[in-house]
Write a protein that binds this ligand. Structure first.
Ligand SMILES: Cc1cc2nc3c(=O)[nH]c(=O)nc-3n(C[C@H](O)[C@H](O)[C@H](O)COP(=O)(O)OP(=O)(O)OC[C@H]3O[C@@H](n4cnc5c(N)ncnc54)[C@H](O)[C@@H]3O)c2cc1C
Length: 425
């Protein structure tokens, strides 16, 4: 069994950027070579701005190369909750931003000729508890009334039309959700950005940001110092001590994935006959889909632990058990891959983007960042140029997580609480 992400194992890097010289001066320095950083770099470079992307590791090493490959509609919170929290009009705007984000990926793929199996398979939200299905019915009604937006609900009695499992109490289907091969997408973005003139520096950890004035900083890296007129932090769940203000606002939660061996067509047709991008409504959510080469990818917050080889193996075993609980007929199927990564969750599970003390940032996609990270990277270019309308998340309150100053010591407690809530709800 491989401990590398399936996506990175089955995609060709666009280049080797480990020795690209770190430039002395740029207009914009970006920390993080994932979807946010690379989509911003591509846009900046196309506009003729000098831009360098710095990553401690390699392109796509972070969550962008480790996720489920689902670019789905809807916020990290339910529409019903968004309406209660932000009011009708704002909830609709925020919901639509996620649809725009999927369109952004589709356009990036088309305009830059990125071959990454992007397809609108549809998003299947699965109700773990009857009350969750009632919430879906409510969301369906509100989406129709407030946003003139149509989703379908599927009662338990008809659920086999969408999934070969009796585990769930009903489902909601949104046809616009998409799936893609995120390894090919992230490498494609890097290639397009490099072709447009962006300087990508891998193996270049940023160790310090020293303010010069306003938004200008000297960016200290393990391979040299860059003077940048603007800095964009795009480090999601890997945000560290270089930006302590942000670190205190991001809860890095481990999420883990297993991928089976390729499956026969009839088995795939039984699991997910319409190849939907599926996720359930538990707090410790399961998400799953079929890969382009007919494997089942099955993910979840198996344990509230950070990712490490040991932790990934343990989580893989837990996930296999969960997969068999849903699909007992896969008991003889081999698991070929298991890995983990960090999801950047905020206190309110909303995106946070803006500028703090002269440093720009966009993060906290809260498990819904495949589409939103690529979208926000592009939008941050306009925002950093002074167009406030490009950042719909700017006014959201973003308090620090109480007691969070470094490694997230509190995760096992949150995990324990979530398990209990899932059991009783
Ligand atoms: C297991 C898993 C499953 C997921 N599934 C889905 C899904 O199916 N759908 C969905 O919408 N979202 C999903 N997500 C979330 C999504 O992948 C992320 O929100 C998104 O990829 C974030 O992209 P990013 O570019 O902001 O950050 P990342 O891709 O995480 O990139 C951050 C980069 O910053 C670098 N970095 C950090 N600190 C420094 C430093 N000091 N110097 C230099 N470099 C630094 C890191 O090396 C890393 O490469 C999942 C996440 C995980 C972990």
């Amino acid at each position: 069994m491989k401990l590398t992400p399936y996506w990175l194992d089955t995609a060709e890097p666009s280049g080797d950027y480990r020795r690209t010289p770190v430039p002395e001066k740029v207009d914009v320095a970006i920390i993080g070579a994932g979807f946010t950083g690379l989509s911003a770099a591509l846009e900046f470079a196309k506009q003729g701005t000098t831009v360098a992307v710095l990553d401690r590791h390699t392109v796509g090493w972070g969550a962008s190369g480790r996720n489920g490959g689902m670019a789905t509609t809807g916020l990290a919170i339910s529409f019903n909750t968004a309406v209660k929290r932000y009011g009708d009009a704002r909830a609709v705007d925020m919901f639509r931003e996620y649809n725009d984000a999927i369109d952004t990926i589709e356009k990036l793929v088309r305009d830059n000729g990125i071959n990454c199996d992007f397809q609108r398979f549809g998003k299947l939200s699965l109700a773990f508890h009857p009350s969750h299905y009632e919430g879906m019915l409510k969301s369906q009604e509100q989406l129709a009334d407030l946003a003139d937006y149509k989703v379908t609900t599927i009662p338990k009695s008809e659920i086999h039309s969408e999934i070969g499992s009796d585990f769930y109490q009903g489902a909601m289907l949104d046809p616009l959700g998409a799936g893609l091969h995120v390894g090919k997408f992230v490498h494609g973005l890097a290639g397009a950005a490099a072709d447009a003139g962006a300087i990508i520096c891998e193996n270049a950890a940023v160790t310090e940001l020293r303010k010069v004035s306003g938004t200008a900083h000297d960016v200290h890296t393990t391979r040299g110092v860059i003077r940048a007129s603007q800095v964009l932090v795009a480090t999601s769940g890997y945000t560290g001590a270089v930006t302590p203000w942000l670190q205190r606002r991001v809860i890095p939660v481990g999420s883990f994935i297993i991928v089976t061996e390729p499956l026969p067509e009839d088995v795939v047709n039984r699991i997910l006959p319409n190849r939907r991008q599926a996720s359930d409504s538990k707090l410790l959510t399961y998400y799953f889909r079929i890969t382009p080469d007919n494997r089942l990818l099955f993910g979840g917050r198996a344990r509230f632990a950070l990712s490490s080889p040991d932790s990934d193996v343990k989580s893989g075993k837990i996930l296999r058990k969960a997969m068999l609980e849903l699909f007992p007929y896969l008991s003889n199927v081999k698991v070929d891959y298991t890995w983990g990564g960090l999801v950047d969750i905020s206190m309110d599970q909303m995106v946070h983007a803006g500028v703090h003390d002269g440093v720009f940032y966009s993060l906290c996609y809260s498990g819904h960042g495949v589409q939103m990270a690529a979208h926000m990277g592009k939008n941050m270019v306009r925002y950093m140029g002074g167009d406030k309308s490009a950042n719909v998340w700017e006014d959201l309150k973003n308090p620090p997580v109480p007691g969070h100053f470094g490694p997230p010591w509190f995760l096992p407690f949150i995990g324990g609480a979530a398990k209990i809530i899932d059991r009783i709800k």
